[in-house]
Every structure is written in structure tokens, then in C-alpha cells.
Design a protein around this ligand. Structure first.
Ligand code: FMN
Length: 148
């Protein structure tokens, strides 16, 4: 049994190509591995705020000195990181918007990219700490990982 996290980032719902592709992958996965648990993180319905002073400051302030607002900001980030670490398979439904990713996905990435939690700098340089995950993005180029 594996935990699958499906991150949806298109701001569109009706006629969204990336949602259609992501949902098709979900269906295929569920057919092949009915025992897997799929959690959907729809960044349109549950957006992460653009990083503001509150968020950035709160990550560097000791817990006992934080305001309730700073605690809430840290909690949102901590929860998202815990969800990421708990998943074995990550599907990212992402379109190109203006030569980049939708801002909702960038905001999410800003909340999960925290030193010592999802990356660190070691003597060998930058090191990612979200390890041993299978990932699919932009409609399934890496779908072969999931074939039996
Ligand atoms: C506001 C906007 C900006 C876009 N920018 C680009 C782009 O820079 N490059 C590109 O190849 N396609 C671009 N597209 C096309 C989208 O990537 C394409 O329509 C995609 O299917 C959108 O995904 P969605 O249907 O899941 O929202 C853009 C579409 C929109 C609506």
C-alpha cells in the first residue's frame, strides 16, 4: 500500500487539460493498485498565500516567541511538508502559464522549501531531503514507473 499525493495547480476547472490528464493517471493508478491511498491537494481550492513577511519571519523565530499568526503560518508549512514526506508517489498536474508554472504551485513550493526540512546544504553542496519518491508531472512522461 502506497500513499499517492496528487497536486493540482491549474487555476481552471472547466476544460482544464492538466486536470484531465492528472485525473486519468489517478484512475489508471487506482485500477492497477486499488490498495493505494490517493490524496488530492487542489491548490485552487486550498491556495497557499504568497510568501509574506509573516511566513518568512515565523520560520526563523523560536516557537516560544511566535505570535499566534506566526504559529499558524508555520503550522501550514509544517503540515504541507509532513504530507509530502508521507507520500510515496507524487503526481503534479501542472500546465505552462506565461513560460512558467502557475503561481499557485510556486506559492506551494515556497511553503515546502525549508532548510533542514526538505533540503540542506552539505559539504557536497545542495541536497534534497525528500527522498525515495516516484513522481509524475505534466501528464505522465514518467508513468512507466507505475507499470507492474
Ligand atoms: C494565461 C495563460 C498563459 C499561458 N502561457 C503559456 C505559455 O507560456 N507557454 C505555453 O506553451 N502555453 C501557455 N498556455 C497554454 C496552456 O499551457 C494550455 O492551455 C494548458 O492546457 C493549460 O492547462 P489547463 O487547461 O490545465 O489550465 C497558457 C495558457 C493560459 C490560459
Amino acid at each position: 500500500m502506497k500513499n499517492v499525493l496528487h497536486i493540482i495547480s491549474s487555476p481552471r476547472t472547466n476544460g482544464s487539460a492538466s486536470r484531465t490528464l492528472g485525473n486519468a493517471i489517478e484512475v489508471k493508478l487506482q485500477e492497477a493498485y486499488p490498495e493505494h491511498t490517493i490524496t488530492t491537494l487542489d491548490l485552487l481550492k486550498n491556495p497557499f498565500p504568497h510568501l509574506g513577511e509573516e511566513q518568512v519571519d515565523s520560520w526563523f523565530i523560536p516557537a516560544k516567541s511566535r505570535t499566534p499568526e506566526q504559529n499558524a503560518a508555520v503550522q501550514r508549512s509544517d503540515d504541507a511538508i509532513a504530507q509530502l514526506h508521507a507520500s510515496d508517489v507524487i503526481i503534479i498536474s501542472v500546465p505552462i502559464y506565461n513560460f512558467g508554472i502557475p503561481s499557485a504551485l510556486k506559492a506551494y513550493i515556497d511553503h515546502i522549501a525549508r532548510g533542514g526540512m526538505t533540503f540542506r546544504y552539505s559539504e557536497n553542496g545542495f541536497e534534497g531531503l525528500v527522498k525515495n519518491k516516484k513522481s509524475l508531472y505534466r501528464g505522465g512522461q514518467r508513468f512507466h514507473f507505475f507499470r507492474r
